[in-house]
Design a protein around this ligand. Structure first.
Ligand code: GRF
Length: 199
């Protein structure tokens, strides 16, 4: 079972998957890292781990669809079964979303459908919620709108700043995301219309 991770930033979720794979607990091979940021820490982590990398510079293409068609070819070449977005900071078009419907997932640092989009931890702190968390969901082309697969709750402490909350949510993400990937590798997750079935 072969997965591709898409990341633009620090890649701590990507690293958690690499570590879980190395420990023999992912049940999947991380076969490709895709990044729109050649200088990112995520790319550095992939190179250090010997994971094949496809990096591209969006402004060198005339449209989102144009670079997504190239990515699609790379995914096919690498025989990718599942795409895991991990801090990939771009919306996807139907060029990628449609062929991978039911086989593309994302992780978001809130309990969706609360606080989609940027700065989810900051949104949680300013709304004064007592509980937030992390969500793994299917990607459907909207911004953090796809069917929900798994969630972890994280308590918001009275003195929390957005940064402190974000860090505690990310600790949970690094546990949750590799676990969900292992469910896919074991054939335990299916998307049926908008219904998520767990076996
Ligand atoms: C994570 O908090 C994830 O929920 C969000 O982007 C962040 C990525 O962090 N989608 P990292 O690059 O995995 O460290």
């Amino acid at each position: 079972y072969r997965i591709a991770v898409f990341a633009s930033g620090s890649g701590s979720n990507f690293q958690a998957m690499l570590d879980t794979a190395r420990a023999g607990q992912l049940g999947a091979q991380i076969a490709l890292l895709v990044s729109d940021k050649p200088q990112s820490k995520a790319v550095e982590r992939a190179r250090a781990a010997g994971v094949p990398v496809f990096v591209f510079t969006p402004k060198e293409y005339e449209s989102r669809e144009a670079y997504e068609r190239i990515i699609l070819e790379e995914l096919a070449k690498a025989k990718i079964d599942l795409i895991a977005l991990a801090g990939y900071m771009r919306l996807l078009t139907s060029v990628l979303v449609e062929p991978y419907m039911g086989r593309m997932i994302n992780i978001h640092p809130s309990l969706l459908p609360s606080f989609p989009g940027k700065d989810a931890a900051g949104q949680a702190v300013s709304h004064g919620v007592r509980v937030s968390g992390a969500t793994v969901h299917f990607v459907d082309g909207g911004m953090d709108t796809g069917p929900i697969i798994a969630q972890r709750a994280v308590e918001v402490l009275p003195e929390d700043s957005a940064v402190e909350l974000q860090l505690r949510i990310q600790e949970q993400e690094r546990l949750l995301y590799p676990e969900v990937v292992s469910w896919f590798a074991a054939g335990r997750v299916k998307l049926d219309g908008r219904q998520v079935r767990l076996f």
